[in-house]
Write a protein that binds this ligand. Structure first.
Ligand code: NAP
Length: 501
């Protein structure tokens, strides 16, 4: 069930937003009385309730806005129980001062807006002692390990009595979706993107539209994208769409993970219910040494963007590279023909990171004459030496000159990526008609490089096609070969990118 948190300054606005949330399908509404700037109108608010309601009056130390005195706050919580609230939220440190009254059920909650304490098990016991119908922990996460520690403690407590836990902020955002997989009663959602009363809270429309939250249960298989940062990733959008297209009991979440936590998470991913992962910046290379086996393209490129756990015999970890075929397929199509269309053509490849690695090996195999340039020259040189024949390097300062004489230009750097929209890795004058210019960036779809290339009369290709192709191939790995709905994935990605502009 989704509980929409509604924080408004007037009773009328609060009630109106609650009715809208009910019409949108919210199963429960949390009304935040600490945001009200006028006295509570219990009758106007709670008569003929649009959904069951949870009443919360949050203190500032717990992330709320209550500015009155503590005795008035406690009086409001008691009044809520007398006026028909289905649930009230009572902080653990005052639970013994507020004995049960009325018919309202009691959430006994603990908040830490700064960190994830290491004594979570002890805290859940204190909450249980406070006459809890439901225990709630909401703590700030500063790493994936914080989020996993929270999930572990919640699971131990939930085995004794109903418990929920949310890891606030970026690192634990996935817990707001995956908690249903671990049997928790509900998740909290923001009413809309402009009103998020807690860090990392996801909107009701995204929980329903992207994640299909109400379908998630104990049997749901978890998938995700691991990276740092990861909150702007469009992978959850397209992968969840593909899962729902086939009516699969699977959900896909973004997981922010630092290099230091990678090993521990990858080795235990099945214990946490994860069956497959997309891998993005900066883990595509470092993840490889943690895997039991890799496909020939990972072995060739040293770059892995997909991990499967447990499909191979014995729950082994397998790595795949779907970037190479996606990038080459997209580019060959734009050049007009199969991979042989690239043979003999000079390609200026800008960048020497994960995507550039796949492209360098793929282009070289397709017979192109690859010229690599990169801000950090030594990385370009290393890549050139690894790929071997058919590849040379040029200094970063010489890239515009080489661009002019190349048939194909590929940007595999993040220069021009949102929010740095005014940047381009090339001078606009170095492009001309007859060239194909491919920018692997897909946020935004139309970068400055591509706008300049179009003005110069070149054929342009954005990273959207490559993104969808690599996701389609990943989805087919995740689903055991079911054909992914590429048209719908592409359309929903483009719609979402347009909205973001
Ligand atoms: P990566 O491994 O981190 O490599 C980043 C590359 O960008 C490096 O070559 C880096 O140069 C260069 N770079 C970063 N900031 C720069 C700057 N200010 N000036 C010049 N060069 C700079 O990243 P990746 O995974 O290869 O991703 C690269 C690009 O591919 C990203 O923009 C991403 O949007 C795009 N991408 C597209 C898809 C798709 O499906 N369309 C998929 C994945 C990624 P140094 O070596 O000097 O640091």
């Amino acid at each position: 069930m989704i509980c929409v948190t509604i924080a408004r300054e007037t009773n009328d606005e609060l009630r109106r937003s609650w009715e809208m949330a009910a019409r949108a399908g919210a199963g429960l509404a949390e009304i935040r009385l600490d945001y009200l700037t006028e006295p509570v109108d219990w009758k106007g608010l709670l008569s003929d309730k649009p959904t069951p309601v949870l009443v919360t009056v949050r203190r500032t130390i717990d992330g709320g806005r209550w500015s009155g005195d503590e005795s008035s706050r406690r009086a409001l919580i008691i009044e809520a129980t007398e006026n028909g609230a289905d649930w009230v939220d009572i902080e653990v440190d005052i639970a013994h001062h507020l004995p049960r009254t009325g018919i309202s059920r009691r959430i006994i909650s603990f908040h830490d807006m700064m960190a994830t304490p290491c004594n979570l098990d002890e805290i859940t016991e204190r909450c249980r002692d406070g006459d809890a119908d439901l225990i709630k922990l909401a703590v700030m996460g500063h790493s994936l390990n914080d989020a996993l520690n929270l999930l572990g403690s919640v699971a131990r407590s939930h085995a004794k009595s109903p418990t929920m836990g949310l890891s606030m902020g970026d690192w634990g955002q996935f817990t707001r979706v995956a908690n249903a997989r671990f049997g928790q009663s509900w998740t909290y959602a923001a009413f809309d993107s402009s009103s998020s009363p807690a860090p990392g809270m996801i909107t009701h429309s995204d929980l329903v539209g992207i994640y299909g939250y109400n379908r998630i249960c104990a049997s749901t298989k978890l998938f995700g994208v691991i990276g740092d940062p990861v909150h702007h990733s469009k992978s959850p959008l397209v992968h969840n769409l593909a899962f729902r297209h086939h009516d699969l009991d699977m959900v896909y979440v973004p997981i922010r993970i630092s290099a230091g936590d990678l090993d521990g998470f990858i080795r235990r991913m099945r214990d946490w219910g994860f069956y497959g992962l997309s891998v993005t910046i900066p883990h595509k290379e470092s993840v490889i040494e943690l895997l039991d086996e890799v496909d020939s393209l990972v072995a060739l490129t040293g770059s892995c963007n997909t991990v499967l756990a447990g499909v191979a015999e014995g729950g082994r970890l397998e790595g795949f590279n779907t970037d190479l075929a996606a990038a080459l397929g997209s580019l060959s199509e734009a050049v007009g023909g199969g991979p042989q269309a690239l043979s003999g053509k000079q390609v200026l490849l800008i960048g020497a990171g994960g995507v550039a690695r796949s492209l360098a090996f793929g282009l070289s195999r397709a017979g192109a004459e690859v010229v690599i340039t990169n801000r950090t020259f030594s990385r370009a040189l290393d890549l050139c030496n690894e790929v071997g024949s058919g590849v040379r390097v040029v200094a970063w300062a010489d890239r515009d000159g080489v661009a002019r004489e190349s048939a194909i230009i590929v940007n595999a750097t993040s220069v021009g990526m949102s929010p740095n929209l005014e940047y381009s890795p090339l001078d606009g004058n170095s492009m001309h008609s007859g060239q194909v210019v491919f920018d692997t960036i897909y946020t935004p779809e139309w970068t400055k490089l591509l706008s300049d290339a179009r003005t110069a009369g070149a054929t342009t290709l954005s990273g959207v096609g490559m993104f969808v192709r690599q996701a389609v191939a990943q989805s087919e790995l995740f689903t055991g070969g079911l054909v992914a709905p590429s048209g719908a994935m592409s359309e929903s990605l483009r719609t979402s990118l347009k909205k973001a502009v």
